[in-house]
Write a protein that binds this ligand. Sequence first.
Ligand SMILES: O=C(O)CCC(=O)C(=O)O
Ligand SMILES: [Fe+2]
Length: 339
Amino acid sequence: MVGSINIEAPSDLKLPFIDLSAEPDLKQGTPRWDSLKSQVRKALQDYGCFEASFDRVSSRLRTDVFGSLEDLFDLPLPTKQASFPPEAFPQGYLGRPPANPFFESFGLNDPHLLDVVQNFSDRLWPQGGNPSFSKNVHSMSKKVSELDQIVRTMILESFGLEKYVDEHMCFTNYHLRVMKYEVTVATSETALDPKTGLKVHTDKSMITTLCQNEVDGLELQNKRGEWVKFKPTSRSSFVVLVGDSLHAWLNGRVHCPDHRVWLCENDKLRYSFALFTRPKADNTIKAPEELIDEQHPLLFKPFTYKQLIASTFSQASLKDASPLLSSFSNVQTQKGDLS
Ligand SMILES: O=C(O)CCC(=O)C(=O)O
Ligand SMILES: [Fe+2]
């Protein structure tokens, strides 16, 4: 929820760092798995997020993905705009919000499926697509979806909810958003802070898994209200964060962090890649009975993801947010809105 924004907050706090590398042997039931799942639970209770190292994504793939994103955003504006019809929203080119002309993004559903990414690339590069773009973005999305599934399995196990793991995996789908942030000097016409990136928001997803090029800027608020600047421990890591849907499904057991992007390096472009694990639109988010008792009364009446998005939309301040941001990111969802 939006609190007062303390820009001068101490910046020496770090996100918890959890090594989810496959080696040595990341298997359910091993002592390493059990120790990692406790770390994940603790991080999500305190911060609602953590930095994950995940060696299934090589540094080569990561470099290639960000190269592909540069190719994508460098396409001529009419090509980007014509790539998807407006009714495909939130897929395709999402433009530059009037309130923040230094930010642009694309969306794509099911990016872990190769034919979906190939179709996207055929639309953007009509002369034969862009095979390396498709290969890189598909491969990254697939591996990040594996990271999401490891994390969700750990979360459910850590709350004694292992019987719901299969159901949980079928309950959701994936949406990719890729973003470019330009840093520029504010002018009197734009009256924007030059460091504006992305306003404070919570994600509506279950889980969001993020990575960025070498330009930092993400800041997150822990449960004590302290802002933590994300300063990666490893340049090849990911940020895993809890969205409103998981917060509600776990009946408030984990923190759902407000976060924003606040650019500090004035001469560099920032690119980010975010895989949102979202409930399917008509699925009902209802906390399992194991998490409801006298000490933990039900916090949210059951709601569908579609209702969550609609409720967010209805509160949107459309004058200063793009349709994308107002529907998916930049408007807060108070507990009461869902009840
Ligand atoms: O670019 C980033 O690092 C964060 C993006 C984000 O918070 C979002 O798209 O919801
Ligand atoms: Fe976000």
